[in-house]
Ligand binder design. Structure first.
Ligand code: NDP
Length: 249
């Protein structure tokens, strides 16, 4: 038992072009999985291929906020790789603006990617697993510590709400699978601040933020995903919260 049981199986990682998604993609390749990395910047996904890793990488250009694009990606996977055995819902965005002055288009983007995109990918992956009789499938959401507490400030309230939604959607999915008597497992990893490109375009945050507070590296989050996938089939690790040591958030 362990993640080795998934060697050769197909994992779809959304938002694979950067940060946490890129690290998860490479970790799964090292463990011998066939990884489909989906993102809009597909060239960056292609660059993640590892010569010495046993796994195989397929890069797909896709936008999780565009349902047609998601459906096309699942069709390609079905036709070329049989289907999705593991889904890592990692793609996510954050925008500036509080709840009394923020822009509707920014809120829509957050909800389209973090909530609806995640839900569409989940539905398609689970339907695909069920249709092929895959009972050891896995769906892992990358959430955030902010999904477990009230907003820590006024500026990211819609993002915080989206991650609270992810937590609720996860438990809803677990109940749904139990009702269907499926053994497909689900879980979420909720990191604190991770040193990625996530906050770089936010003018209200200093570009040196990562040098001023304790941070995780993307590989730390990938480790948590590997931990979840490594458990015995009777064990469903529902939630892993990963704080940077010393974080005050
Ligand atoms: P990055 O900005 O480095 O990466 C975000 C990824 O999401 C990119 O690969 C981007 O790809 C992808 N993405 C964004 N929009 C879309 C879209 N519409 N369709 C497909 N892919 C999309 O951020 P992180 O790696 O830090 O973030 C990954 C996840 O981790 C997010 O869900 C985030 O909420 C969560 N998280 C991050 C924390 C942090 O401090 N960094 C803390 C807690 C949680 P592309 O632009 O090429 O499409």
């Amino acid at each position: 038992m362990g993640i080795e049981t998934y060697a050769g199986r197909v994992a779809l990682v959304t938002g694979a072009s950067s940060g946490i998604g890129a690290a998860i993609t490479q970790a799964l390749l090292r463990h011998g999985l066939t990884v489909v990395g989906l993102a809009r910047r597909v060239d960056r996904v292609k660059a993640l291929a590892l010569k010495d890793a046993p796994g195989k990488l397929h890069a797909i250009q896709g936008d999780v906020a565009d349902e047609k694009s998601v459906l096309a990606a699942f069709k390609w996977i079905k036709e070329n790789l049989s289907g999705v055995d593991i889904l890592i819902n990692n793609a996510g965005v954050i925008t500036e603006g509080d709840l009394t002055s923020g822009k509707t288009e920014d809120w829509k983007r957050i909800l389209d990617v973090n909530v609806l995109g995640l839900s569409i990918c989940t539905r398609e992956a689970v339907q695909d697993m069920l249709s092929r009789g895959v009972d050891d499938g896995f769906v892992i959401h990358i959430s955030s510590v902010v999904g477990h507490v009230p907003p820590v400030s006024s500026f990211a309230a819609m993002y915080t709400a989206s991650k609270h939604a992810v937590k609720t959607l996860l438990e809803g999915l677990r109940k749904d699978l139990v009702a269907k008597k499926s053994k497909i497992r689900v879980g979420e990893v909720s990191p604190g601040i991770v040193r990625t490109e996530f906050l770089v375009n936010m003018t209200s945050i200093t570009p040196t933020v990562y040098d001023t507070v304790p941070c995780l590296e993307s590989e730390d989050v990938a480790e948590a995903v590997v931990y979840m996938l490594s458990q015995h089939p009777r064990v469903q690790v529902h939630e892993v919260i990963v704080h940077p040591t010393g974080s005050t958030l």
